[in-house]
Design a protein around this ligand. Structure first.
Ligand code: SF4
Length: 98
């Protein structure tokens, strides 16, 4: 199961995780139009390879493996997926090569 960015990221958006992700599946990045308005960063569940490199980089411990997301933040699994569904529907990024 993909990794998930949860509540501690809200309002922080540090982006250290973006720098280490080998697959570029964490968005929005600082240079993307949606960065300013996004409340947090998100991981594309369809493209994450479960390498876990992002976890240690997060200064607020917001990233968890899907099966380890704390119960109170369980809705963030869907929140991450929904972000990319909307982006794909809007044609913001290629769903095959996000
Ligand atoms: Fe990227 Fe790996 Fe984190 Fe998935 S687990 S978001 S592939 S760094």
């Amino acid at each position: 199961m993909a990794f998930v960015i949860t509540k501690p990221c809200v309002g922080v958006k540090d982006t250290a995780c973006v720098a280490v992700c080998p697959c570029d599946v964490i968005h929005p990045t600082r240079d993307e139009p949606g960065f300013a308005t996004a409340d947090q960063l998100f991981i594309n569940p369809d493209s994450c390879i479960d390498c876990a490199l992002c976890v240690a980089e997060c200064p607020v411990n917001a990233i968890f493996s899907g099966q380890d997301v704390p119960a109170q933040w369980g809705n963030y699994v869907e929140k991450n997926a929904t972000y990319f569904r909307k982006e794909n529907a809007a044609g913001v990024r290629d769903p095959i090569n996000p």
